[in-house]
Design a protein around this ligand. Sequence first.
Ligand code: C2E
Ligand code: MG
Ligand code: MG
Length: 610
Amino acid sequence: MREITPWNPITSSMQRIGLVRRNVGRFLQTLRAGRQRDGALMRGIVESSSEAILTISDDFVVEMANPAAEAIFDAGDDDLVGRPLKQLFPFFQSPGSLERYLGQGYRTVEMEGRRLDGSGFPLEATFDTMTIEGACHYVVVARDVTERHAQQKLMEYLALHDNLTGLPNRALLMDRLEHAITASRRANQPLALLLLDLDRFKEINDTLGHSVGDSLLAEVGTILSEPLRASDTVARLGGDEFAILLPSVSGLTQARDIADRVADELARPFPVEGITVEVGVSIGLALYPDHGGDASELMRGADVAMYVAKRNHMTVSVYDEGKDHHSVRNLSLSGELRQAMDADELALFYQPQVDVATGKLVGAEALLRWDHPRHGLVSPEEFVQLAEQTGLIRPLTCWVIEKSLKQLTSWQERGMDIGLSINLSPRNLHEDGLAESISEKMGKRELRPELLTLELTENAIMTDPERALTAIRKLKECGVRLAIDDFGTGYSSLAYLKALPVDELKIDKSFVMHMGDDSNDEVIVRSTIDLAHNLGLSVVAEGVESELHLQTLRGLGCDIGQGFHIGRPLRIEEFHQWAKNFKTISSGAGGIVHIHPGARSRGRAKGIPK
Ligand code: C2E
Ligand code: MG
Ligand code: MG
């Protein structure tokens, strides 16, 4: 069977050149043999060939050129005859160079051709020698490959650029980054890499349509390029992610200044297809050599920094090893986390929550700990994120739910009618079957669903509010209570807040803890309490670290308090011991007062409609 090879412009043109060369050889041989009829035929072939054909004498002067040769060198009739080879083929400057070239075995080659007006163009030529009646002749078959070059350049361009913005793509950025690192190493000068992620792109894309989204990305590309030097590279990595390579900076301060300037440029509203849009940006910054020794390390560093910026709603974040959840310790931790669940190394700690008005214990928050055999107690801040990144969050949350429900059952059996709050990860909202599984587990234990509160951080809800709303509604249908955790640290929109079927707002500890020394924080706490009550929600204040905090919260009408002043997160036995000894905080009443969890919803108890 004949093998069919795909068409390839280079091999195909080489085959054609080979064919023409053989014909020219036959032509010259025919002339020598004096066979006039064949000679005329061959001359016809050469004359009509689309390939340029020239014969060169042994003193490197053109002896004969066909019309195609005259066309590519932009010469008139017989204008090429008598011209030195080097005028048309500047590569062969010295007389011996063509011979040396052929001696090295080169036949077909791409080189520069020069037209009679002196302009250059790329050509592909095959050189060969022929001895006729003792004299050496060179035969050249050539063709102009300008178009092919343009096509190759276009293909290269397309492979290395993003076609929406025309900016370099990831492959070209990596290539430039590698070169820049080599140059930096030699010059002993730092370079900076910025990774940028637009903040509201998805929202704009979804609301205003993909055409506006595309125009916006193109406009962002222009805005990013404007304040930079020509030697800097702005690249689009995909979606709404861009990168900026600053191949020489004096240090972190300068790189940060540039990052701030870029963020300022993007913070300004700008027109896209007649609509004024506003996008923010989160920028991660990594510096060579401080944050990475090669291109991939630097990319990863900038990516981690960008993730930190995004999470914390900062515009610019500089890579910090401590926040790198892929650091060596974390890598080994992620491998061990799964085993830890089986090996019973995880534990729930319980932090008491008290009614601020009466000072009585009303519930607890279950906080996860990893009792690591080598590292001791590992904070959930360190491994929950790991679990999110490695897909372990689902079994981890299942474990927490199971353990918490078991604990609630045990409290019910002991006559302790207190509620328990657990934390859900944003990832849990994307899981199918979470609500059903909670419902089924509570039903089996015959637990009243309102004893369980599920906490979701503000960021978890606001990252994808529509999806969160659907998931939250489903959870609410199980009858459990829902709380927004760390309220005040994200960008909750009041419109969404109103639409969410939540029962509780937990004011982030960072506001509560600083109420005494920052009057703004007290204003925030006061307004949040008012807002929550007006929406029919009860308020939990985290971070109650002093008696003053508690008194202030009482004055502001806060419902529930939680913090080190009341009690730290404790192992279950310690929690029971604490509860046994606990009277009431800042109140004269004695003993634990077991109150109905309904009392936790003070906001609603005041008769404010939801
Ligand atoms: P969170 O839900 O906001 O929990 C409150 C955090 O504040 C706890 O940190 C608690 O120990 C700490 N805290 C409580 N009172 C005070 C105080 O008065 N002062 C100060 N400075 N801190 C106080 P922890 O236990 O390290 O947990 C950190 C975060 O990890 C939690 O924040 C929660 O978001 C997450 N987390 C904890 N357990 C779980 C879990 O089971 N699943 C998930 N997905 N996340 C969890
Ligand atoms: Mg919480
Ligand atoms: Mg919190």
